[in-house]
Design a protein around this ligand. Sequence first.
Ligand code: MG
Length: 258
Amino acid sequence: MRPVVEIKTAGEIQAMRAAGQVVARILAAVQDQAKAGMRTSELDEIARDVLAAAGAYSPFLNYHPRFAPVPYPGVICTSVNDAALHGIPGRKKLADGDLVSVDSGAVLDGWTGDAAVSFTIGTLKPADERLIDVTRDALRAGIAAAVPGARLGDISAAIGAVGRQGGYGICTDFGGHGVGRTMHEDPHVPNEGPAGRGLRLVPGLVLAIEPWFLAGGRDIYRIDRDGWTIRSGDGSRAAHVEHTVAITEDGPQILTAL
Ligand code: MG
């Protein structure tokens, strides 16, 4: 069955861009202030301050999807090293050389933005630099494929091709998604798949595009006992980047870039 997708007007996309700008400011503030010795809960506090100053709220806080045993307790996800997605901010202290992925969202005037960045604390290891660069390249490729007339599978294929060329593992259970009044809408956007297949892309479709790759090259993950944290199955490092993107007549527009 075809997913029911919500098509946004130009005015609604403008409103979504305002929400996206809050997300961009959260991620910039967190990345700017993150340093060795800081607890990941402190990064969550930074994000809460940006949300409050913007008059926005978090779509992450208390989010309770079917797969999770408890509602999500933070406003950002802080996934460190072999953690790829949904790491819960807490007492864990960041150390020099850590690879951190931060995912964040904001709801402003009823519209949602969703984005993520990956970066390292202090010393940048060449292998991490390559992983982050390739994950960003895949995001760029996925966004470039998000044009009217193309298919959803073209985005998946573009992302997957970059990841495979890099030699990285890809798991399609968690990926991109429609975004609008709520954070997770149809359609699901897998990070790999056949081109030329799936939903026809039309102006007004807004998608969160979010490649996450595993450095070890194996397509396996595991979930922590907390029920949320997604880690590489082989202990290798992971990177995750994301933008909220509107498909328009003039091409893809990134709503979560400053
Ligand atoms: Mg997302």
